[in-house]
Design a protein around this ligand. Sequence first.
Ligand SMILES: NC(=O)c1ccc[n+]([C@@H]2O[C@H](COP(=O)([O-])OP(=O)(O)OC[C@H]3O[C@@H](n4cnc5c(N)ncnc54)[C@H](O)[C@@H]3O)[C@@H](O)[C@H]2O)c1
Length: 374
Amino acid sequence: MTSFAFATAGRISFGPGASSELPAVVAGLGSRPFVCTGSNPGRHADLIDRLDGAATFAVSGEPTMDVVRAGAQAARDHGADVVVGLGGGAVLDAAKIVAALVTNAGDPLDYAEVIGAGKPLAVPCLPFVALPTTSGTGSEVTANGVVTSVEHRVKVSLRSPSMLARVAIVDPELTLGCPPAVTAHAGLDALVQCIEPFVSWAANPLVDGFCREGIRRAGSGLRRAYADGSDLAARTDVSLCSLLSGLALANGKLGAAHGIAGPLGGYLGAPHGAITAAVMAAVCEFNLERGDARVRERYAEAAELLTGRRDPDALLAWWRATTAELGVAGLASLGLTADGIETVAQAAANASSTKGNPVPVSASDFAGILRRSL
Ligand SMILES: NC(=O)c1ccc[n+]([C@@H]2O[C@H](COP(=O)([O-])OP(=O)(O)OC[C@H]3O[C@@H](n4cnc5c(N)ncnc54)[C@H](O)[C@@H]3O)[C@@H](O)[C@H]2O)c1
C-alpha cells in the first residue's frame, strides 16, 4: 500500500543570490527580528544590516539547553516577533527552538524528546525564517531542532509541525566560505540523509524522488566543492542535495547511522556529520547482511546514482574512497574508546531514527557497527 503525508516550509526559495530576498521576507512577517547567527555574526553583516530593528544572538558550536534558554530570554527581552536563523544546522536548530520557546512558556526539557517530558507545543511558534550557510542538515525544511543536554551527554530534539520554517531561503553563495572540513562533514551527512530514507522500510514514492536527485547531486558536486570551495556550480549541487535531504528526512524516516549520531554526538561532542560519515559504511554492510532483496536493490540503485554502477559494492567503494579523500576520520580519532561503546550502543538502539532502519538493530548489533567504525 502506498500512503504518505508531506509537510514543509511555507515557502522555499532556492538559488544563488536568493538571500537578497531576506529583508522583504522578514518585513512581511514582523518588525522586531531576532537573528541567530554563528559565533562570527560579522560573516553575514551585510545581510543583517539590512534588517530594520534586528537584534542578533551568536551561537557557538552546537546548541545546549543553556544556549536555547538564553536565546529565548534574549528574544523575549527584544520583543521579537520573527526569528531568523542564519548559519549552519546548529544555528538553524537553535533559532527554531528559540522561536518555539518564546511563545511556549517553560523550559526546553518540558518539550524535549527522550530525556524530557516531551510535551507538545501548545502555542504556535514565532514565525521562523531559515537561511543555511552550510550544505548538510536540511534543517531549513525539518520540523525539529536538535539540542545537546550536557547533563545527560546526549543530543535530543524538540519537534512540532509548528517548528517548520515559514520561509526557507537556500542560497548556495552563503556556503562559499565553508572550510573544507565543514564541506566534507555536512555534505556527507546530507548524502546519508538521502540514502537512509531511500533504503528505509518506510520509503515512499514522493520521498524517493527527493532522495534520488539528492544522491545524484552529491555524486556530481561533493568532491568538487571540497576540492574548490569557490566552485559555485558544485556548491549549488551540494546545497540542493542538502535541501532535498531535509525534505526526505522530514517526510520519511532515517536509519541506524542517525540512530548512532544523536547519542554519540552528545557523548563525544564531535561534529554530527563526522559521525554519520564515519559509521555509514558499517551500517550499509550490516543492512546488506541482514536485509532482503529490496534492501539490496535500494543500495544498488543508490550506487548507480552516485557512481554509474548498479552494485552495492560500488557504493561502499565510493564511500571509502570519498571519505579518505575528504579526510573523514574513524570514530577512534573522534574520541570513542572501547569503554564508551556499550553505553552509546544501548542509547542508539532506543533512538527514534533507528526505528526507520530497514532491518531491526539491537544494542549488540550497534556495538558491532561501532567497533567496525573505530
Ligand atoms: N534539525 C534537523 O533536521 C537536523 C538535521 C541534521 C543535523 N542537525 C543538527 O545540525 C548540526 C550540524 O550542522 P552543520 O553540519 O551545518 O554544522 P554547524 O552548524 O555545527 O557548523 C559547523 C561549523 O561551520 C561554521 N560555518 C557555518 N557556515 C559557515 C560558512 N558559510 N563559512 C564558514 N564557516 C561556516 C560554523 O561556525 C561551525 O564552526 C548538529 O547540531 C546536528 O545535530 C539538525
